[in-house]
Design a protein around this ligand. Structure first.
Ligand code: NG6
Ligand code: CA
Length: 521
């Protein structure tokens, strides 16, 4: 793992500054021979496998992401751990399958912090290795000690600062859930004392309008299902909130706010190694990009939100270039789950799709046990180490990124931490083309699937075949076991379980043993 230290010839600015004795507040100072890269994890929301032009998108162009891919590796068989946000993010940041831990499903905006401060996180890895660490954008992993008890007018009692992030500027949950304010280093950013904040997921506050009762106030977006509670910025949300005043976000400015904060952070920390978790709000609902992105795609608001995402990526890249940091910065770009078209607002995403296939060749969507639930784009660029122009079909899961990145910075994980994460750094850096022998996928109904390079097995279950709350999405549920040959039938059309009982048994066995913690890849 250490050999790469000798393969880098260019003296990075990071190294030069550190060698010159740059100040850092960290005890664990990088040493003079330290050429460890900065790491930026760009984590999109609901961005599908087919949503980027370098993955075949129609109707939208993503030149910045395409450049990132052409200067590094474009992966074609990478999986988020789950088909929704909270469990995927939990798994990514802890290296533990979310399905092992209750309370990791899609979180309300007033959920208590889901990762406990005593768990060792991806941010802890970097912090203890001497990096300065930060989280920007969508959090969706709870804040404060206990659900529903937060006082949003005071410092919060449990925040990403307790999980290894030196700095955070985040949305508590998602843009479609209250509270609609940013949290910066444990308190509401731009707090407005004249408008104290109250939040409830049980009942409305007397006299406050809702999307259900006051549709005439929805001047920006109307819901197609759900999302009919408190109104902020002319858009109704999930949950009730009161107050906020100046601190309330405007949806059209969210990408700008998050990106600006990340860019400022990079500038301020250019002379020390940093780790950034850059979790965009794009392209989650409500999709309401800034006016300058409107009409930039042929697909209306959803396509324009992809353009806005691409812009954010470009801003980060431009900053790295300007500061001379691009060469020794490892950028990883991916998504938290598969795509969804109508996810609860009348944004015409469905009507304007045209030839565009958000899931690429895959069946199902966000929420599904089919591949469309967890198959995501993944791109890695690190000019100092990773050869440009690569494509990798290695079977990968985001569950392994914690152990892999720990290996990158030579960190030892405390016993018991990241129990499901395995070091596959070679995959990430394009030096090891071998597949993970199997990957576990979690649907929103907690149905688990096993992928091997060739096969896909979905365990039987008696849940509904379609999502019940509105969108036309297949869950992948079936009372009989499903087996698909991913080499011959990437769209999971023909269930071969009856034809290949031995393979079904083999994959069921993998699942049973992983559940019982008796099997490692
Ligand atoms: C669903 C929401 C959907 C989205 C999802 C979570 C409704 C009708 N649908 O319950 O809009 O917020 O939860 O998405 O409320 S995720 O990407 O954060 O997991
Ligand atoms: Ca998501």
């Amino acid at each position: 793992m250490k050999t790469y230290l000798f393969t880098i010839t260019a003296l990075s600015p990071l190294f030069a500054a550190t060698a010159a004795g740059a100040e850092s507040s960290h005890k664990n100072q990088p040493t003079a021979d330290d050429k460890r890269p900065n790491v930026i994890l760009i984590y999109a929301d609901d961005l599908g496998y087919g949503d980027l032009s370098c993955y075949g998108a129609q109707g939208v162009r993503t030149p910045n992401v395409d450049r990132l891919a052409s200067e590094g590796i474009r992966f074609t068989d990478t999986h988020a751990v789950a088909a929704t946000s909270t469990p995927s993010r939990y798994s990514l940041l802890t290296g533990e399958y979310a399905w092992r831990r209750p309370g990791t499903d899609v979180a309300a905006g007033n959920a208590g912090m889901i990762i406990t401060p005593y768990q060792y996180t991806l941010a802890d890895v970097f912090q203890h290795a001497g990096y300065t660490t930060a989280a920007f954008g969508k959090w969706h992993l709870g804040l404060g000690e206990q659900s529903g008890t937060q006082d949003w007018n005071a410092p919060l009692s449990a925040t990403p600062a307790d999980l290894g992030f030196d700095h955070h500027y985040i949305m508590a949950a998602t843009a479609d859930r209250v509270p609609c304010v940013f949290i910066e280093d444990g308190r509401v950013a731009n707090y407005d004392p004249s408008a104290p904040i109250e939040v409830s997921y049980r009942q409305n506050f007397p006299g406050e309008p809702t999307g259900r009762d006051n549709p005439e106030l929805l001047y920006n977006l109307r819901p197609s299902h759900g999302h009919d509670q408190s109104i902020v910025n002319g858009i109704s949300r999930i949950g009730y909130m009161k107050g906020g005043g100046q601190a309330l976000w405007k949806d059209e400015n969210i990408a700008d706010s998050i990106t600006t904060h990340a860019v400022d952070f990079i500038r301020a920390h250019r002379d020390e190694p940093f780790f950034i978790y850059f979790a965009t709000n794009d392209v989650h609902v409500p999709r309401f990009p800034h006016p300058r992105f409107r009409g930039q795609s042929a697909m209306g608001l959803r396509g324009d939100a992809i353009v806005q995402f691409d812009w954010s990526v470009g801003q980060i890249m431009k900053t790295l270039d300007e500061l001379g940091l691009a060469d020794n910065t490892l950028v990883i770009l991916s998504s938290d789950n598969g795509p969804v078209v109508d996810d609860g607002y009348e944004d015409q995403a469905e009507e304007l799709l045209g030839q565009h296939r958000p899931t690429g060749p895959f069946r199902g969507n966000k929420y599904s046990a089919y591949e469309g639930g967890t198959a995501v784009p993944a791109i890695v660029r690190w000019p100092a180490r990773v050869r440009p122009g690569q494509e990798s079909g290695a079977l990968m899961s985001q569950i392994d990124w914690m152990a892999s990145l720990a290996a990158l910075v030579d960190a030892r994980l405390p016993k018991g931490s990241a129990p499901d994460s395995h070091n596959r750094l070679g995959n990430l850096l394009g030096e090891d083309p071998t597949d993970r022998p199997w990957v576990i996928e979690q649907s929103s109904d907690h149905v688990l699937s096993v992928r091997t390079p060739r096969w896909k097995y979905i365990e039987p279950n008696d849940g509904p075949k379609m999502i019940t709350w509105g969108p036309k999405i297949e869950t992948g549920n079936d009372p009989v076991p499903q087996l698909y040959d991913m080499e011959a039938d990437v769209a999971e059309q023909e269930n071969l379980a009856a034809k290949h009982p031995d393979t079904v048994f083999e994959l069921e066995t993998i699942l049973r043993k992983v559940r019982a913690r008796q099997l490692n890849p």
